[in-house]
Design a protein around this ligand. Structure first.
Ligand code: LLP
Length: 432
């Protein structure tokens, strides 16, 4: 009935998440409110880990991509599940460090890392730095020498595979700001250069072809291309790269028409490709890294809003306005993303209308969605938007000087604040 199976309806007819009445959460913590179901996060972590155990003999590590949703409590949960972490900025690295995350299990990504960020990564001792371009390699080599460190690096490679997803979230093709191209010889030259560097150790290669991918075939193709490159390096330079990071990108169900494959199926198919390609090319099987973000966080989360204005424009559309919008969920205005929504206090009623859910920002495109089937919503109702656990809080802004909502975690029938709601004083805290 709902896109995520942790959502249900209780005897009062109200929507529940992880067994807790969402209208009570809204009353206790206020709206807009992000709610994360810890059991769903943990279950996804375990499914990823178990699939590596089952299909790849445990020779791999799952590193949660913290850009999907990062806060200290999330880092603690991920650490507790034994996963690694992928970070893309000093901010994400610092959040993890402050949460006590084991730094050696962190991979640091990014197409334009600053010297300050690289220094911080060296100081914190992150497990590997995924180098994106030659100037970064040169800067890192110099900084590592100055600090007397020898970090493990990986190279971000563009495998030249089309991921069949939204153009803004595709990254594997040659025309991408991320990584080294194979076709031009740039990637091979970078490997030669790294092998001559004294202060970095080439520990692996990395690729990530896009996000919200439903089709497993391009992910298999990317793995094949990467192994072909590892073989070329071995044959021509006599160096066998031991680590292969295959990125993230696994799609999730936002609306009922979405049909993501279970990630066990991904791991089964990609492991088979890796094993057969390795034996064909005479390579030892690499240690695999995966970097799922959305598929760990998205379905765990919902956003609760209070409905305000209801505006019926005859023969055109009905607008239902809520007390948040693009500042807490910019995904519709960026990608026309689809969501499922439900009136939490009328969850057992029929979805009798098709409405446009609008935010409160001064921007016509500030919508949560159009043509959304919904129960009859009126001022004061609580609206739940489903599967907002990834790329919502992490992409939120203070546009129109709105305060960022609180984040609440639910577990075993109890709720707790993970991130406090911003106050008006937070809005002006850096103003002089
Ligand atoms: N690894 C790398 C290097 C990445 O760039 C990303 C996502 C991931 C892992 C995690 O991908 P996931 O498993 O979450 O698909 N803001 C967009 C998504 C941008 C994804 C960027 N990179 C959205 O809201 O759809």
């Amino acid at each position: 009935m709902f896109v995520s199976n942790n959502l249900d309806i209780n005897e009062k007819g109200n929507l529940t998440i992880g067994g807790i009445d969402t209208t009570e959460l809204a009353a206790e913590y206020g709206t807009p409110l992000y709610v994360m179901d810890e059991a769903v996060i943990r279950e996804s972590c375990q499914r990823f880990k178990n699939s590596i155990d089952k299909y790849y003999g445990g020779q791999g590590r799952v590193c949660y991509a913290s850009k999907a949703f990062s806060c200290m409590e999330m880092c603690r949960v991920i650490a507790d599940e034994g996963l690694g972490l992928e970070v893309v900025s000093a901010g994400e690295m610092y959040t993890a460090m402050k949460a006590g995350f084991p730094m050696e299990k962190i991979g640091f990504q990014g197409n334009n890392k600053t010297d300050e960020e690289l220094e911080l990564a060296l100081e914190f001792g992150v497990g590997n730095i995924v180098v994106d371009n030659i100037s970064e390699l040169d800067r890192l080599e110099k900084l590592a020498a100055e600090k007397g460190k020898r970090p493990h690096i990986m190279f971000r490679i563009k495998p030249g595979i089309d991921a069949h997803t939204h153009a803004f979230i595709k990254t594997g093709q040659i025309d991408s700001k991320f990584g080294f191209a194979l076709e031009t010889g740039e990637a091979f030259d970078a490997v030669k250069r790294a092998l001559s560097c004294k202060n970095v150790e080439l520990a692996g290669l990395h690729c990530h072809i896009g996000s919200q991918i439903f089709d497993i075939t391009p992910l298999e193709e990317a793995a094949e291309v990467m192994l072909g490159f590892i073989a070329k390096i071995k044959n021509e330079l006599g160096y066998e790269v031991k680590g292969l990071n295959l990125g993230g990108g696994f799609g999730i169900k936002y609306v009922n028409s979405d049909d993501p494959k279970p990630f066990e199926m991904y791991m089964e198919r990609v492991s088979a490709v890796v094993k057969s390609k390795c034996s064909e090319l005479g390579l030892s099987q690499p240690f695999i890294y995966l970097e799922p973000g959305r598929s760990i966080a998205a379905s765990a989360g919902i956003t609760l809003y209070t409905v305000g204005a209801r505006k019926v424009i005859p023969n055109i559309r009905t607008y239902i306005s809520v007390d948040g919008g693009m500042a807490d969920n910019p995904r519709y205005i960026l990608y026309q993303s689809e969501y499922d929504a439900v009136v939490a206090n009328k969850a057992s009623e029929e979805r009798s209308e098709k409405v446009t859910i609008a935010g409160k920002c001064c921007e016509s495109g500030d919508l949560i969605g159009e043509n959304m089937p919904l129960q009859h919503a009126e001022a004061g109702d609580i609206l739940a938007v489903c599967a907002t656990g990834a790329y919502n809080y992490s992409m939120s802004s203070n546009y129109n000087r709105l305060c960022k909502p609180a984040v609440v975690f639910v577990k075993d029938g109890k709720s707790r604040i993970a991130v406090k709601r911003e106050t008006l004083d937070d809005i002006i805290r850096n103003d002089i």
